[in-house]
Design a protein around this ligand. Structure first.
Ligand SMILES: [Zn+2]
Length: 46
């Protein structure tokens, strides 16, 4: 089951959403700068 998860690029610091599948580790690339230094961001509900 795929869900949308927030990702953040460590290079250009842009945030974007990508479908994420549990248990599947895929290499992500930033749609903004094509860097693969992309981290998954935990979304805080305030
Ligand atoms: Zn980037």
């Amino acid at each position: 089951m795929a869900e949308e998860t927030k990702f953040k690029c460590l290079r250009c610091m842009s945030e974007f959403r990508l479908p994420y599948r549990h248990g599947v580790t895929e290499e992500r690339t930033c749609p903004n700068c094509s860097s693969n230094s992309v981290r998954r961001v935990k979304e805080d509900k305030k």
